[in-house]
Design a protein around this ligand. Structure first.
Ligand code: FES
Length: 190
């Protein structure tokens, strides 16, 4: 595909359409989408961040991280925006988004429950923890509860192997878990 090579960084929301439409459409949630004004503000903040990286190489992952923090997920429109700003193809951006577990193209839950499946956690029964979380929340890994309160993901080692098995909810690390602890932990989150 012909790629634009301009390095100019500016906001062009009206150009988002018709640009490599080969990835999934964003499912439209009906309760947590930002208003058009908020959306515009988020794009501005993303642009400011991209501007701050001008002249640096290999910034795609950093930009994607920042965008996901801002928008909650990396919708198609956001990926298109980033692709244009970084003079990359959408396929390149989507390739990175789909490669890393951390990135999500769907709206994120209020709380993401991440169960570590690194070696130490796996050996100490992380699979049982996942099964218990799935049972408690009624969802599978990669899904979100209907009320969008909890999402469930698995992660690689988070560097807390001494606490294995570990799950992270928001900023909290819960360690030395047993399946019977899961329900009480989840109840702490409103
Ligand atoms: S393997 Fe789970 S924290 Fe390291």
């Amino acid at each position: 595909m012909e790629q634009e090579r301009t390095i100019e960084i500016r906001h062009e929301p009206e150009t988002h359409r018709g640009f490599e439409p080969e990835i999934q459409e964003r499912p439209h949630g009906n309760c947590c989408c930002p208003s058009p004004q908020e959306q515009d503000q988020l794009y501005r903040r993303l642009d400011e961040y991209i501007d701050s990286l001008a002249g640096q190489e290999g910034v795609l992952i950093r930009v994607l991280h920042h965008a996901q923090n801002l928008f909650g997920h990396l919708a198609r429109e956001v990926q298109i925006h980033i692709a244009r700003r970084l003079s990359l193809s959408l396929a390149e951006v989507y390739g990175v988004v789909s490669f890393y577990h951390y990135f999500t193209t769907e709206p994120k839950a209020k709380y993401t429950v991440e169960v570590c499946m690194g070696t130490a956690c796996y050996v100490k029964g992380a699979a049982n923890i996942i099964a218990e979380v799935e049972k408690e929340l009624g969802i599978k890994v990669g899904q979100m509860t209907k009320d969008q309160k909890f999402g469930l993901q698995v992660s690689r080692c988070i560097g807390a192997c001494g606490l294995a098995p570990v799950m992270v909810i928001g900023e909290d690390i819960h360690g030395r878990l047993k399946p019977e602890m899961v329900a009480d932990i989840l109840k702490q989150y409103n």
